[in-house]
Design a protein around this ligand. Structure first.
Ligand SMILES: O=C(CO)[C@@H](O)[C@@H](O)COP(=O)(O)O
Length: 230
């Protein structure tokens, strides 16, 4: 069972450079086995072209290493915080993909401007608040998870409706039902960030799309009455 999850996590990690979402070691993917509450994640600082299934690290939700000889991704406390708070998610991706990171660095949420966005994100993609010095000094990566969760709870956002966020002055995190779906959402987030940037260049005063069009596009792909695809 865990071997299958490890394979999924390996393949999902290898998708990041293929989709142009990471260079060097600027990202990581994890997946969770919800029955056993075990998380599989990329090891820290290992280049993608050297990554092997046996290098992956398995941890419990408290961060105890259960399997693996390498140190887990430095972002593991953020992943664990999200798995603990968002029980419906099965995979998480962190990258420094440039378009989404530019919005994160600007501290700007990405408004829903068109149907590409609405097919995946049911509203604005939020940005976290700036972290305090105390949060940064004390428990940085766990606090990164905390500010993400705080942004979702403050606005009562369902994480399956908005499968990603911009961490201010840092970069995006995205998630999905499994590691592969989380990578899919990370690719969409990057594309949507690029399109939104270009739209604002063409028309700085552009308005968000109508609620009716947002509803139509999100709900025809997601939810009980979805009818898009086979
Ligand atoms: O955010 C950063 C660096 O700013 C890290 O996520 C990135 O370098 C990946 O770190 P890991 O190799 O997963 O420890």
């Amino acid at each position: 069972m865990l071997e299958m999850l490890k394979q999924e996590v390996l393949l999902a990690n290898l998708q990041l450079p293929l989709h142009g979402l990471v260079v060097f070691t600027w990202g990581n993917v994890s997946g969770i086995d919800r029955e056993r509450n075990l998380v599989v994640i990329k090891p820290s600082g290992v280049p993608y072209d050297e990554l092997r299934q046996q290098d992956l690290v398995v941890l419990d939700l408290d961060g105890n290493i259960v399997e693996g000889n390498l140190r887990p991704s430095s972002d593991i406390p953020t992943h664990l915080a999200l798995y603990r708070e968002f029980p419906a998610i099965g995979g998480i991706v962190h990258t420094h993909s440039p378009w989404a990171t530019a919005w994160a660095q600007a501290g700007r949420p990405i408004p829903a401007l068109g149907t590409t966005h609405a097919d995946y994100f049911y509203g604005e993609i939020p940005v976290t608040r700036p972290m305090t010095k105390e949060e940064i000094d004390r428990d940085y990566e766990a606090q990164t998870g905390h500010v993400i969760v705080e942004a979702f709870k403050a606005h009562n956002i369902d994480p399956s409706h908005i499968p990603g966020i911009l961490v201010q002055n840092h970069a995006p995190f995205s998630w999905g039902q499994n590691p592969d779906n989380a990578v899919h959402n990370a690719v969409v987030l990057e594309k949507v960030a690029e399109m939104a940037f270009k739209t604002f260049q063409l028309k700085p005063e552009v308005s968000p799309m109508s609620q009716a069009l947002l509803d139509k596009h999100f709900l025809r792909k997601h939810g009980v009455n979805a009818y898009y695809g086979q």
